[in-house]
Ligand binder design. Sequence first.
Ligand code: RIB
Length: 290
Amino acid sequence: MTIWNLGSINADMVYGLPHLPSAGETLAALTLERFLGGKGANMSVAAARAGSRVAHVGGIGSDGRWALDRMTEYGVDTRFIAQVDVPTGHAIIAVDAEGENQIILYPGANHAIAQDQLGQALSQAVPGDLLVLQNETNAQVEAARMGRDLGLTVCYAAAPFQADAVQAVLPYLDFLILNEVEAEQLRESTGLSVSDLPVQHVLVTLGSKGARYLPKDGEVLEIPAHKVKAVDTTGAGDTFTGYVLAGMDRGLPMPQAIAQANRAAALMVTRHGTADVIPDLKEVLEARFT
Ligand code: RIB
């Protein structure tokens, strides 16, 4: 099967800082590194590295050819990424000594994806394929609706979280992934707790504690994370999601897909960077955690 990803593509400018800046503060960075990023691209690369066939639907500007080439190199089908008349998206990412981050996003071409482009891509999908969306592109509702009509398994990674963006796609979803704080924010805006959402599979990430899986017709499961020394948490959530999707795509039982994704995310936080450093399946399976 194929994982179709309507997803963002960013140039990540990662600044290593002694601490995250506060309002009005001027702070000199200790390091600067550049990576391929964007929550969408990170998820596509993670799922491809986990062994899935992934087709990415997105946008770049005339300055973004490198990103497309790099995604191709990482095993992602980039034929449905269009070049548009807007600069490629970028992210300014501050990472502190504890590995925590702050991100400023310039959406650019990620918000210029045409309906036609989306329709052309998804016309090649077959029932049973997965479609994943995040909240960094335009056309999320159109894609979710198309995905549902085509019989795809529609997955939404609610990041960056906005309750109204989740609510807009909720009627079309088979799978929703969000963190604990976001689950509470969604409850405040919809009146529904995660276990009452009209979605077949809900996955609540618990940071260093792991993840809670709430299937519509089954038992709630908690799958613990591995303990590692984090140097940079950026992209770890996207890696987790990409690996869960790849596990679903390969027909792994959900607890096993989540356990594998936990291993991938644990490895990812020990590395500096985003899409370029996402571990492949061999590394994930061979990793030893204490
Ligand atoms: O989740 C990390 C990602 O968020 C970065 O790669 C950055 O581009 C932003 O989209």
